[in-house]
Design a protein around this ligand. Structure first.
Ligand code: C2O
Length: 599
């Protein structure tokens, strides 16, 4: 099995089934003095996993008794008092993992579905953990757009990466070690502290932006240290601007230390990135630019109007992984991963799979731009967005090795303002702020299309009766009539969302489907530039030790603007169309509903 994989070949070992997962909870690094004696066998049973608790948008992800038992156990560990009177008042952030308990990571094997291989991506162990302190700096480092940097910068950057690659392979700052950090945190090398039956996963939840911000922060500090330049700042891949839409030249130069051979050969410059990628489209350069800008507007402006829509769903101690990604994470983020990855590699390495993504230096430029989106979301959008203030989010923590190879524990609250970390982004145009989608052009409409303002008749032959049809297997385009409550008041803080519940699929399947409203036929091409298109769901294969091979997740699509643009605000039913784009028949949807949410 291992021989079918060749990237990074030396990493593969035994099939996952041969790994013994210790049942007993791990010793937390925060409190070695106290054992987890309150964590009962029942409390850590697997009954809450396999995504069952992800079925809806209710916030409790674990049976309350189970969770309380564990929280009590952890409470004594973490020095909480007053447990008896109010056990539920205990904070339950996701704690940094115990590196000494790191196990092999799980990578689903595409060629034989249901089979996993194991990858070693554990970091070196250090028993000395330092709590993060904000760095001292005299000036804010400005991360430059990768297509705008000068020769001097390129030389420095390439030299830094070269030195990172040349470090001893056991040095946690070594290039490969750094790449493995991503693999460990997202292919279930770690279990949740106190919940050995739940994998620790930093994707598909509100940990996505902070984790990757901190990961890049330490990466950047290491590079700066290696070239003796504490002001060194990582470049960002400015894919949201027409001139930045190809793989930046510095990364495409095959003689460069930041080149990676494992990329899609037909996506080299001057081919433009597709921010809504499932398979290659036949668009002209101008059409692709326009489509990309619309995707940007759709996901950043329309699609990220609440904290949860932007950041992703809450993920607290004891919750099953993958509660639900934010709009950008599931959208542009995954599209670019897939677009860059090499389709001729077994698992679309490097960028096309999380376990290997960190081996491509372009990964860090991609994520720098995503990180920049977090800053833009708070400063440049029509709506004044702010981050969560939930202590469980703020106190979630991770471990990274810093530029001096010290192991540092850092919390989400340490990173919510990038300026506190000493960096910001070069200010460049944001052309997509004006790229508002419009209702389907008349020329595209089919003959019998109803005029805007008139909901499509329910009798249309392929509409599925909502009450009986679920779960729906997406093996062909599916249309569903979904009831909604007419809007009676205007409330700007409220967003109407289309919610797909119990999205079920194999973790190792590549899946993408589009979601549209109010279209009469499934043959008219609908894309991100059209008001009718409300978003997509994408899965990149990723493994889990404990959660089984099934992924059960949830996604909400904001539709307030679309309803307004299509003049459907007074309709009591909306026709929703799901259009499979990749992995037909591999995903089923448990329910679709329309709701209103606010932060
Ligand atoms: Cu941690 Cu883009 O993935």
């Amino acid at each position: 099995m291992a021989s079918t994989l060749n990237s990074p070949s030396s990493l593969f070992t035994l099939p996952i089934s041969s790994i013994q997962t210790p049942f007993l909870p791990k010793t937390p690094e925060l409190g070695k003095k106290k054992p987890f004696n309150l964590v009962s066998k029942r409390a850590v049973s697997c009954k809450a996993n396999n995504g069952k608790q992800n079925n809806d948008d209710s916030s409790s992800s674990l049976g309350s008794f189970d969770r309380r038992d564990v929280l009590l156990g952890l409470g004594s560990l973490y020095g909480a008092t007053n447990l008896v009177s109010d056990p539920f008042a205990l904070a339950a952030p996701i704690y940094a993992p115990d590196l000494s308990q790191c196990g092999d990571a799980t990578v689903p094997l595409k060629k034989s579905p249901g089979t996993n291989v194991s990858v070693h991506c554990c970091p070196p162990i250090s028993t000395n953990i330092i709590d993060f302190k904000p760095p001292e700096f005299t000036k804010i480092r400005s991360r430059p757009a990768a297509h705008l940097v000068d020769a001097e910068y390129v030389e420095k950057f390439q030299e830094a990466i070269k030195r990172m690659k040349a470090l001893d392979e056991k040095d946690p700052r070594n290039f490969t070690q750094q790449a493995k950090v991503h693999c460990a945190y997202c292919n279930s090398a770690y279990e949740q502290m106190g919940f050995p039956s739940q994998d620790l996963q930093i994707h598909n939840s509100w940990l996505f932006f902070p984790f990757h911000r901190l990961y890049l922060y330490f990466y950047e500090r290491i590079l700066g240290k290696l070239i003796g330049d504490p002001d060194f700042a990582l470049p960002f891949w400015n894919w949201d601007s027409p001139k930045g839409m190809t793989i930046p030249a510095i990364y495409a130069d095959s003689t460069s230390s930041v080149y990676d051979a494992k990329r899609n050969a037909s996506h080299q410059p001057p081919v433009l990135v597709d921010l809504d990628y499932s398979s290659d489209k036949n668009l002209s350069k101008e059409e692709m630019i326009k489509a990309n800008l619309c995707v940007m507007y759709r996901q950043m402006v329309k699609g990220s109007k609440t904290k949860t829509l932007f950041h992703g769903k809450e993920y607290r101690m004891g919750y099953a992984p993958d509660p639900g990604a934010g709009t950008i994470e599931n959208g542009i983020h995954l599209s670019v991963h897939k677009w860059v990855g090499d389709p001729t590699q077994p698992l679309k390495e490097d960028m096309g799979n999380f376990y290997s993504a960190g081996y491509d230096p372009l990964f860090y430029a991609h994520h720098a731009n995503l990180d920049r989106m977090w800053n833009l979301w708070k400063t440049k959008l029509p709506k004044q967005n702010t981050d969560f203030t939930d202590a469980d989010w703020l106190d979630s923590s991770f471990l990274f090795y810093d530029e001096n190879a010290n192991l540092v524990r850092v919390r989400v609250r340490d990173c919510i303002d990038s300026k506190n970390l000493g960096y910001d982004y070069q200010s460049v145009n944001i052309p997509w702020l004006e790229s508002k989608p419009t209702p389907l052009a008349k020329s595209k409409l089919v003959a019998h299309r109803h005029s805007p303002g008139q909901a499509i008749a329910a009798e249309a032959n392929n509409i599925i009766a909502t009450s009986t049809a679920f779960p729906i297997v997406l093996d062909k385009p599916v249309r569903v009539e979904v009831p909604r409550q007419k809007k009676t008041t205007v409330d700007d803080d409220e967003e109407e969302v289309l919610i797909l519940q119990n999205i079920q699929l194999d973790r190792d399947s590549s899946v993408k489907f589009d979601v549209c409203i109010n279209i009469t036929d499934t043959d008219t091409p609908v894309g991100p530039g059209d008001s009718e298109f409300v978003g997509s769901y994408t899965n990149i294969p990723h493994g889990h030790h404990h959660q089984g091979s099934k992924l059960n997740t949830y996604l909400s699509f904001p539709i307030s603007d679309a309803l307004e643009e299509l003049e459907l605000e007074n309709e009591a039913k909306i026709v929703v169309t799901l259009l499979p784009k990749e992995g037909e028949g591999l995903v089923s949807i448990g329910n679709i509903k329309i709701d209103r949410i606010r932060d």
